[in-house]
Ligand binder design. Structure first.
Ligand code: SIN
Ligand code: CO
Length: 383
């Protein structure tokens, strides 16, 4: 699936993180990648995150998955919607929907949530903290767009849903199959199914909060800190008032903090690992018995492409001298020369046919073996 009618440069310059954009069917040929029944089947499974939102007596209620199969038989004919998270991790044709959006780097991509709704179904007016492309897959949905919101925007009292109080639409459109609505973070939006079998694919992005960056980086720094590493004041000057915490003392204390936080190399390693940590570790591609490098070589020699686990986030950070740090599933691999080239290839493509020069390189094979054994990669022929 690819776009024939979409200008990435204009989009990034004028819309990304700035304002909503309705993109009328930009695909070469739009094909809905999943049937409503298949989505309902996924929602019944234990390791899949799902939610059923329905209107009951004028109010929205949410039921968290797994949804018992018999529940679908009891639903009213209208005003419900079923939402399933990270469907791209399970369905390759849904994962393929991310490909046209790779103009945004891997580390910013979250996953694809899929919803199916009966006539009048929707999750109510809300805002998200992330960018999203809402792709209309099947059926029709009316989308309304409202004002920019933030954490001070009044919400309706609701235990499970963050619904905006007094939502006022500024614009609205009815989306047809293949149409896409881009919604930047914070913009209020409300989607209501027009007719049954309304399927929406949300290609969602992620951006760490400052609180998350500081909290999680500090936790990582703390793990490596010793109790001996302490403030000291040899040469303590006499002070007039023993009650004062002097500017000089404060400078020394503050410097201890900044020294640790400003270690950019440590931050880079931590961030790569942190960002690549899987959100759903249940999607486990690890082989039952770890394979050896020799087994990897013979599989590579038979020209079977390597596939990235769609739940694994691959990214790299360049180092001085052409080396790269490769990150996948919370692990960091230092790669040089040919192996660095291979690491970049693995980050650029979801499937890689490994050429002979890598098969002849022991460090490159070692990297593939490690990634295979930790479940980040598999061969296309593997089950
Ligand atoms: C939906 O698919 O109904 C909801 C998507 C969203 O608003 O984020
Ligand atoms: Co939303």
């Amino acid at each position: 699936m690819h776009f024939t009618d979409f200008d990435t440069e204009t989009f990034l310059r004028d819309y990304w993180q700035k304002k909503p954009l309705l993109i009328r069917n930009p695909w070469a040929q739009w094909v809905n990648p999943l049937e409503p029944d298949e989505l309902a089947g996924l929602a019944c499974e234990d390791d899949v995150e799902a939610r059923l939102v329905s209107h009951a007596e004028g109010a929205l209620t949410a039921e968290d998955g797994p949804i018992p199969a018999e529940r679908f038989g009891e639903l009213s004919p209208d005003k419900w919607t079923l939402l399933v998270q990270a469907v791209d991790h399970f369905v390759p044709d849904v994962a393929a929907l991310i490909e046209p959006f790779r103009f945004v780097p891997n580390w910013r991509i979250d996953d694809v949530m899929v919803s199916v709704a009966a006539d009048g179904g929707g999750v109510g007016a809300h805002f998200d903290h992330y960018d999203v492309f809402l792709i209309q897959g099947l059926g029709r949905r009316r989308w309304q767009i409202g004002a920019m919101c933030d954490d001070s925007t009044p919400l309706l009292p609701h235990d499970q849903l963050r619904l905006i109080a007094g939502f006022e639409p500024l614009e609205e459109w009815v989306l047809e199959p293949g149409d896409i609505l881009y919604v930047p973070p914070g913009i209020a939006h409300n989607g209501v199914a027009v007719g049954d079998n309304c399927m929406t694919y949300s290609v969602g992005f992620r951006a760490p909060s400052r609180a998350e960056l500081i909290g999680d980086f500090c936790d990582d720094l703390l793990d490596a800190m010793s109790d001996d590493d302490r403030y000291g004041d040899p040469g303590l000057p006499q002070q007039d008032n023993p009650g004062e915490i002097t500017g000089a003392a404060l400078d020394g204390l503050h410097a201890m903090l900044l020294e640790s936080l400003s270690d950019r190399a440590a931050f880079a390693r931590w961030f790569g690992r942190y960002n690549s940590t899987p959100k759903y570790p249940e999607i486990d591609w690890r082989p039952e018995v770890p394979v050896s490098a020799a087994e990897i070589v013979s599989a590579l020699a038979s020209k079977v492409p390597l596939l990235r686990n769609p739940a694994s986030r691959f990214s790299f950070i360049r180092q001085d001298g052409g080396a790269v740090l490769l990150f996948a599933d919370g692990e960091c691999f230092e790669c040089r020369g040919e192996t660095a080239e291979l690491a970049e290839l693995l980050c650029a493509q979801t499937a890689v046919l490994v050429v002979d020069k890598f098969i002849r390189s022991a460090p490159a094979v070692e990297l593939i073996t490690s990634l295979y054994n930790q479940g980040s990669l598999a061969f296309e022929a593997d089950d």
